[in-house]
Design a protein around this ligand. Structure first.
Ligand code: THG
Length: 380
């Protein structure tokens, strides 16, 4: 049994005590029936982290198709005459360029330049958005901003829950579900349709590098029916229940809010500046702070690293990095890739240590000697 299998088996993970505070998802019953072994809590909702084992889930995602309960990617709806102004205020990305039927990845930044969240933003109408959030409190922040600016806008938690269909066979399965060619849906585009008798929004997006769709349910009573309908069309393609996979998402370069970045980081440190348009004409809360960062530069930056030795268990806290005998940053996420046969990780390191090939020592929790690590450009 690999380290991962032992770590993720239920007798090593604490059991999650459920109560009213941990909101039930409309797909949750199927996730339990399909044998999810471990869960995390994300936006006050359970999110499965493992079904069979990280490695078995990983290989299946690379080769087949999975359905994921990602209801925890909750929506904040912004609607009304000042909707665009409020969304523009929250991010340095140029939201005016986002068309109806399109989604964009947009870091939300506060007045100090700190990253509040890194959501997808869906434009449903000229004056109506869903902000599909990562794990942090965006609803109250946006409500506060709207009140502070006296904006004519409603900011609320709509009845919406996404599930995802991910993997190389997702296109085929969705074509079968919709009865029309799923390739008509472009990357980060969405359409409204009906599946299993319920209105849904279907977007080509999702938190894996393997491609696929996210299906936004709007009637929670229809959640299990929606799941079952997708399942029925997926059976011939070896569909399984799955979840965002730690190994795959690090390989794919997808960053996790709360792990790889927090409110203490700015977009330049994390490399998210490529998704924004500094100096956009609309007002944004982080303008002055981010301009100061542009002038002063950053001290640390995100890099991808490979860590030698045996498979390492995932992180609970960050691990210190040493470079040339000096403190050299922190490891923020790590996983053993069974395909690349090495530990792959995200790290935040001083700018001087970001060059390809830079060698580090990693103080892995519970180990007495440092592991050797090297900065790489990424994985494909
Ligand atoms: N889907 C939806 N909501 C979400 C996520 C999601 N909310 C939480 C979290 N995931 C938000 N974070 C991300 C991070 C990266 C991406 C999507 C959501 C992503 N990035 C691609 C990349 O970096 O290669 C593409 C970015 C681009 O080209 O614009 O897909 O997964 N609904």
């Amino acid at each position: 049994m690999s380290y991962y299998d032992r770590w993720s088996s239920s007798n090593m993970s604490p059991v999650l005590g459920l109560s009213r505070r941990i909101l039930e998802t409309p797909f949750e019953k199927r996730v339990h029936e399909q044998g999810a072994k471990s869960f995390t809590v994300y936006n006050q909702m359970p999110l499965a982290t493992c079904f069979q084992s990280f490695e078995a889930d990983y290989w299946h995602l690379l080769e087949h198709v999975q359905i994921w309960d990602v209801a925890c990617e909750r929506q904040v709806e912004v609607r009304g005459p000042d909707a665009l102004r409020l969304v523009e205020l929250s991010t340095p990305r140029d939201v005016s360029k986002c068309r109806i039927g399109q989604c964009i990845y947009a870091p939300l930044c506060n007045q100090s330049g700190g990253i509040i969240n890194d959501p997808l933003i869906l434009r449903l109408a000229e004056d109506r958005f869903w902000i599909s959030i990562a794990d942090s409190g965006v609803l109250l922040w946006l409500q506060g901003l709207a009140i502070g600016r006296d904006f004519d806008v409603e900011v609320f938690d709509p009845v919406v829950a996404p599930c995802a269909l991910q993997g190389p066979k997702a296109d085929t399965v969705l074509t079968s579900v919709l009865g029309r060619d799923s390739r008509d849906i472009g990357f980060f585009r969405f359409l409204e349709t009906t599946i299993a008798g319920t209105r849904v929004i279907v977007a080509r997006s999702g938190w894996s590098g393997r491609g696929g769709f996210e299906i936004y349910l709007q009637d929670f009573k229809k959640g299990l029916g929606l799941w079952d309908e997708i399942w029925r069309h997926g059976e011939a393609h070896n569909i399984r229940a799955g979840c965002p996979n730690l190994i795959e998402r690090i390989e794919a370069g997808l960053l996790s809010y709360g792990n790889d970045m927090t409110v203490d980081n700015n977009i330049f440190e994390i490399g998210l500046d490529r998704f924004v348009k500094l100096g956009k004409s609309a007002e944004y809360l982080s303008r002055a702070a981010l301009d100061r960062v542009v002038n002063a530069g950053v001290r640390i930056k995100h890099v991808k690293i490979e860590v030698g030795g045996d498979p390492i268990t995932p992180l609970r806290s960050t691990w210190p990095i040493e470079c040339g005998g000096k403190p050299g940053g922190i490891v923020t996420s790590i996983a053993w890739s069974p395909r690349l046969k090495t530990n792959i990780a995200n790290a935040l390191v001083p700018v001087a240590n970001t060059k390809m090939g830079t060698v580090f020592g990693i103080a892995v929790a519970g180990e007495s000697t440092l592991r050797t690590a090297v900065v790489v450009s990424g994985w494909s």
